[in-house]
Design a protein around this ligand. Structure first.
Ligand SMILES: NC(=O)c1ccc[n+]([C@@H]2O[C@H](COP(=O)([O-])OP(=O)(O)OC[C@H]3O[C@@H](n4cnc5c(N)ncnc54)[C@H](O)[C@@H]3O)[C@@H](O)[C@H]2O)c1
Length: 686
């Protein structure tokens, strides 16, 4: 999130969006907006071009149907939300416009002038430019404060990354609103300053041109370089194949722009010029020479690492956003800063120093300082922001859906303690970045410790996380969970420890634990029944049933559901109302009463026996789901939930801890945890 000072006043909701330019990027951006439920106007020069853009959307969606991503009925509904036009006058009522016309400064400036004339004063005007300054485009308008950058990546309906760029004149409130809209669109925003190439292209381009220089120097052939890159960066295409797919001239254009801004390192190598002039793609044939893989991988990595450290020095982006950009936007296994940690900070420093000397460039202080400390880069996985008297702690691992691990817990402990102790802070908000709130705990961590025979470490971690959640629960200041997306397992437990849970209609909650051989151990078996009763708690925890925000509100699992645009204002109002302002509006329906009664009267053994008398369709569905779960986990979870009515919360948490050894030592826990995402686990009850 950009370092702006958010006000908590209600914001005008985004209802109508527009995209100018119905080409490759514009059509994809419009597709994503419509898919997420927004009405979008797609504008191009004439009706044929508009129709072509709508045709691209239709084709992409139909491919999605063929691959099982969309239902045919979704396609019709999505397309219905897209209106095409060639008349700018039709944009008078839109709330945000993304410009994605040809990469030509005069054309873009003309588009911004026209938008400035026809759009409301509070309409945000965003550019998707790859190579021009947002500030220059803003200067073409009478209201540069509403002009920002939203730089998407191809394919913009599939690639989650978006760089949110503040120009020099951009209003921080406009930047923040646009950022929030990206989250509502399911995007992963990162914040970049208005610098050529922003964050990702700034280091990606030198990575590409380093590949070309290796070819020029005879270090390796294109096929060797591509294969080495695929292996080292965990990507599907190497630099030469990528250039062939996106167009060799685009690489030349981008390198020319960056070269002009930043000097020789960024300029296009001669081979890139001659290849572009030939009009031919790169010739990638032959057998890769594996003996060259290491040298190729190092050279590619070092070029990217040098530039990444330099751009952080310049304040273009943070180390976290640079790495997120690499992982999400380019799909690299590791971002440049993780790569440097992987090399070892001392060796990374030596390699990058050699590279800087070769180009007669200064050594980036970001890296030399880190190397002098002898410690690896430490990533801020929890972002703390203070706005007025509210502290917001945002878990920032968007590409891991903010899964909780040891580092997250220790950083959350620290930032929570600081916020709780800060006399200016009247309330604390716990949030997640990107699409999800928090999707549980890091499963690989559990698998690693089971394999290493160090289950005690899992128990220590669980106890520590429980202690943090208890500190949240007992904090004298109001603590609010900001649920704008998915909450799973540990994420639900984190939210339940907060005093109030405020969600958007897109939020959903589920306990998947018993399906992976374990039970919720961060208070889930204790706080859930305290909120919804034992019957519904069993339904949720034993069956793993996902509940949407509205249903969660109905049963009292969460406290408020408000549209995305009102989320922060509602949270601010809850905090202003002070501790004890929780307003549970549980109006448990007849159907939920039936479910609760069923789970309160039937034991796990009965549920697992073939002849459970399921009277209700939802009960029958839950029972069916339960038969695929791990029996030991089911039994322990049910026992813990039942005990919640007779013990204090502290005793209940102790009970959760007391069964950890048993559950993590079970064959089913290992089977469930290690099969996740790969195959259906086969539980044996052992
Ligand atoms: N292609 C990528 O991978 C990529 C990635 C990020 C950003 N971008 C940027 O996105 C923008 C668009 O790129 P693209 O690849 O979609 O280009 P494109 O050529 O596919 O599409 C551009 C569209 O804009 C339309 N257009 C031109 N002038 C217009 C005007 N005055 N009014 C309305 N429509 C107009 C064109 O008719 C065309 O349909 C560029 O600024 C580009 O740098 C591209």
């Amino acid at each position: 999130m950009p370092t702006t000072t958010p006000s908590n006043a209600p914001e005008r909701p985004f209802e109508r969006l527009a995209v100018i330019g119905a080409g490759n990027m514009g059509s994809g951006i419009a597709q994503k907006m419509a898919t997420e439920g927004f009405a979008v106007t797609l504008v191009d020069l004439d009706d044929d071009k508009v129709a072509h853009g709508v045709g691209i959307i239709r084709k992409t969606l139909e491919d999605g149907v063929a691959r099982g991503i969309f239902a045919a009925t979704d396609v019709a509904a999505i397309l219905q939300r897209v209106t095409g036009t060639s008349r700018f006058e039709e944009l008078a009522g839109v709330d945000l416009v993304v410009e994605a016309v040809f990469e030509n400064l005069d054309i873009k400036k003309d588009v911004f002038r026209r938008l400035d004339d026809v759009c409301r004063r509070d309409t945000i005007l965003a550019t998707n430019t790859s190579s021009y300054a947002v500030t220059d485009l803003g200067a073409a308008t009478k209201h540069p404060e509403r002009v920002i950058g939203l730089h998407y990546f191809y394919h913009p309906a599939k690639n989650r990354l978006v760089e949110v760029v503040a120009g020099r004149a951009s209003d921080s409130a406009a930047v923040r609103r646009a950022w929030r809209l990206q989250e509502a669109l399911g995007k992963t925003p990162i914040a970049s300053s208005d610098s050529y190439g922003f964050i990702v292209n700034r280091f990606f381009l030198p990575w590409l041109t380093e590949a070309i220089r290796m070819l020029e120097e005879g270090v390796a052939t294109p096929v060797t370089i591509d294969e080495a890159a695929k292996k080292a960066f965990g990507i599907g295409m190497g630099p030469f194949e990528l250039m062939n797919v996106t167009g060799v001239p685009i690489a030349l254009h981008a390198a020319t722009t960056l070269g002009r801004a930043f000097g020789p390192l960024y300029e296009p190598p001669a081979r890139l010029r001659s290849q572009t002039e030939s009009g031919q793609p790169w010739h990638i044939a032959g057998t890769p020479d594996e003996s060259r893989f290491a040298v190729v991988a190092d050279r590619l990595a070092v070029a990217a690492c040098y530039v990444a450290a330099a751009l952080v020095d310049e304040g273009v982006g943070t180390i976290e956003d640079t790495d997120i950009g690499a992982r999400v936007g380019l799909r690299w296994r590791r971002g440049p800063f993780e790569l440097m940690n992987h090399y070892g900070i001392g060796r990374a420093n030596d390699l990058v120093a050699g590279f800087a000397a070769q180009w007669k460039l200064p050594m980036p202080a970001t890296l030399s300082r880190q190397a002098a400390s002898g410690r690896p880069f430490r990533f801020a996985l929890v972002r703390s922001e203070k706005s007025g008297n509210i502290a917001t702690l945002t878990i920032n691992r968007p590409d891991a859906m903010n899964a909780i691990n040891e580092d997250v817990i220790s950083q959350l402990e620290e930032s929570f303690a600081n916020a709780a102790a800060d006399p200016d802070v009247k309330g604390i908000v716990i949030a997640g970045s990107g699409k999800a709130f928090v999707a549980g705990a890091d499963i690989r961590y559990f698998v690693r410790h089971i394999e290493a025979g160090t289950i005690g470490t899992i128990a220590d971690f669980t106890k520590r996380a429980q202690t943090l959640l208890r500190a949240i629960e007992t904090c004298p200041k109001p603590v609010v969970a900001r649920l704008h997306g998915l909450a799973l397992g540990g994420g639900v437990e984190l939210a339940l420890a907060c005093h109030v849970i405020v969600a958007t209609p897109k939020a959903s909650l589920a306990f998947p634990e018993t399906g992976i051989g374990i039970y919720p151990g961060l208070g889930g078996t204790q706080r859930t029944p305290r909120r919804v009763g034992t019957g519904l708690a069993k339904w949720l925890i034993l069956s793993g049933q996902t509940v949407g925000a509205e249903e969660a509100l109905t049963i009292g699992l969460i406290d408020r559901v408000v549209p995305y645009e009102r989320l922060d204002a509602t949270i601010a109002a809850v905090i202003a109302a002070g501790p004890g302002s929780r307003t549970r509006s549980a109006k448990v329906s007849e159907s939920h009463r039936t479910i609760a009664a069923f789970f309160d009267t039937n034991s796990v053994a009965t549920l697992l026996s073939a002849d459970t008398p399921a009277t209700d369709a939802r009960v029958a569905k839950a029972v069916k789901r339960i038969t695929s779960k791990a029996p030991i986990a089911l039994r322990l979870a049910a026992e813990l939930i039942e005990k919640s009515t007779t013990v204090s919360i502290e005793q209940g948490l102790e009970l959760e801890l007391s069964h950890l050894d048993e559950i993590f030592a079970s064959k089913d826990a290992y089977e469930g945890l290690s099969s996740l995402g790969r195959r259906q686990p086969a539980f044996t009850g052992k």
